[in-house]
Design a protein. Sequence first.
Length: 290
Amino acid sequence: MTIHTHKQHILACIDGSATTESVCDHAAWYANQLSLPVALLHTSELPSSTRHDWSGAIGVNSREFLLEELTEIDEQRAKVINRYSNALIDDAKQYIKTNHPETEVLVYQRHGKLLPAIEHFGDTNRVIVMGRRGEDHKNSRLNIGSQIETVARAVHVPVFICSETFHIPQSYMIAFDAGENAQKIIKVIQDSPLLRELSGHIVMIGRHNKVAEERLEEAGRLLKMSGFTVQTHHLPDGVVVDGLLSFQVEHGIDILVIGAYGHSKWQQFFLGSSTTEIIASTFASVILVR
């Protein structure tokens, strides 16, 4: 069943990793910018049963006794997982209430995979907030959580990937390549109040032709008409990812806005993914826009 309501929310996916507090902080900031509630979501996968078919291996009475014990173990494991989920969601809610008392908080817990849980809410999701490194990559500084790509490829709302520590964002940059998707990103930003009060930069690397240059200037003009403070930058040819990351560091940009996974998985196998490379290489927050 898909939930359809008139009131949207900022869906914050938490998993108990080191990024959980950052996810809560960024989700609260995002929600307050849009006057929406934060919906905390934790999913837990119950482990497969420890029971096996040992027919004929041991006597009937012994087998039944052991199966009863294994059933009790399965039930106990499920109870522990549920208690952990309850504690995690309660702690996250309390954290937001303590640090962002103006924020309305909803809580949701689901069993199973993350993506179906996210899709369950349908168009109630305004944005999905996730940590860069999930519990599955907690010891790897430059890896990103395995869930990010799965979610970003499937959903049609922005995905906000948090920096590991939170401070109130002051600036953003849009990676612009003058293509149709880049123009759609400008429209998405233009229609949202999220970044309107921040200092903005639209950055294009290479593409030195009249059409691309006109589209870059038009992007800046559209945002300025909507009340944004924004500058356009046309940088020399070079490795796009390196150029964008260098600009971000040099200008102290807090949020990068980029297109989400432009190539199919088959193409990515041969071409690599600039999206993943940027997410894994920057310590800034990233907004992925489809």
